[in-house]
Design a protein around this ligand. Sequence first.
Ligand code: SF4
Length: 130
Amino acid sequence: MTAVRKHGFPYQFECQRSGNCCAIPGGFVRTTDAERTAIAKHLGMTESAFQSRYLQPDGVHLKEGLGNRCTFLSDGSLAGCSIYPARPHKCREWPFWPEILTDERLLQLVQRTCPGIEIVPAVPGQEPTN
Ligand code: SF4
C-alpha cells in the first residue's frame, strides 16, 4: 500500500490500522439514508432492526461503544471496521475532510490522532497525487 496525498492537505496518509480514527472523543459518525440502507443490507438486517440496534436515538448517528469507540470497530492486533465494504462516506474520506483545512484545532487533533499521517509540505510546482 502506498501513501495517499490530496491537494491542499499538509500531510500524506497510509493507514496503520490503529483504529484511532474510529474512537475520537466527541466524534460521531453521521450516516445518510443511502448509507443506512447499505449498512443494513450488508448486515442482513431490516432497516428498522439496524436502526434500533446500531443508531443513536436521532436515527442518524452510529452508536458508540466503550471509550468513544464506534460500535463497528473490531478488536485485534490490527483494528478494523466490521462493516468495511459498507462504511459511510465520512469514514472513507479520513483523514482528508474539507473542514480540516479551515479548522486549525481539528487539523491538530487529526494529526495527533492518526499514526498513519506524515507531515509532508507541498513542494512548489509539484502537484500531490490522489
Ligand atoms: S463505521 Fe467503520 S470506519 Fe467508520 S468509524 Fe465505525 S468502525 Fe470506523
